[in-house]
Design a protein around this ligand. Structure first.
Ligand code: PGA
Length: 255
């Protein structure tokens, strides 16, 4: 496969700094031999620096769960790209469905955050995905298309190639219900087709599209075995060293 799979753990609002450090150290020791999969974890802002230090010299990248688009100013609770760059942060989740659902993020703000990250040389992991209601009413493709067209508006082809997309059907996040490999592949193929329309084939073929939603050690191999699935964004199964390292090893074995 020409696209190197990228598997990342979104720790959401879990782990103290001490716990994050312990997990990163344990994970780094377990996955040191994995070369064919890129790996990252996303702790909270308060734990990220300690976790990054603990991961130094390993193949585990450490990033953040969000980035604001303004350089500075009256945006309580947010962090700018310069503040992240100061600490050498290179990876950031943007527009996770929980941010959209609970914190009012929209395609427009996701777009601004994605562009701000790219301008600063930070890799955005820009998230998209439909709700169950949207899927059941036959609107999945319409929703994904507007998330892509609005969320990625104004990106150059070069910037698109540096962006990682995460397709996370909202109904599969934290529910134990995973999209079937075929359902996921169908959505990924649609996403890549839309990217082709927007940026051309060459670029679309280069973009890493992760699947997210109840990915675990037992289903990762089949998911990433699909043509257009290039990795995973993992929540629950990334929290314990044992679970996440098993998942990464199973993925690595089939890449
Ligand atoms: P989950 O979360 O693996 O716990 O379903 C995935 C995510 O929200 O990124």
């Amino acid at each position: 496969m020409s696209r190197k799979p990228f598997i990342a753990g979104n720790w959401k609002m879990n782990k103290t700094a001490a716990e994050a450090v312990e997990t990163v150290k344990g994970l780094a020791a377990e996955v040191a031999d994995i070369k064919n999969v890129d790996i990252a974890v996303f702790p909270t802002f308060l734990s990220v620096l300690a976790a990054k230090e603990a991961a130094a010299g390993s193949n585990v990248n450490v990033g953040v769960q969000g980035v604001h688009f303004a350089a500075s100013g009256a945006y309580t609770g947010e962090v700018s790209v310069d503040m992240l760059k100061e600490h050498g942060i290179t990876h950031a989740i943007v527009g996770h469905s929980e941010r959209r659902q609970y914190f009012g993020e929209t395609n427009e703000t996701v777009n601004k955050r994605t562009l701000a990250a790219l301008d600063a040389g930070i890799t955005p992991f820009t998230c998209i995905g439909e709700t169950l209601e949207e899927r059941e009413s036959g609107n999945m493709e319409k929703v994904l298309e507007s998330q892509l067209r609005e969320g990625l508006a104004g990106l150059t082809a070069d910037q698109m190639e540096k962006t990682i997309l995460a397709y996370e059907p909202v109904w599969a996040i934290g529910t134990g219900v995973t999209a079937s490999p075929q359902q996921a592949q169908d959505a990924h193929a649609f996403i890549r087709q839309t990217l082709t329309d927007m940026f051309g084939t060459d670029t679309a073929e280069k973009v890493i599209i992760q699947y997210g939603g109840s990915v675990k050690a037992g289903n990762v191999a089949e998911l990433i075995g699909q043509k257009d699935i290039d990795g995973a964004l993992v929540g629950g199964a990334s929290l314990k060293v044992e679970d996440f390292s098993a998942l990464l090893k199973n993925a690595s074995a089939v890449c």
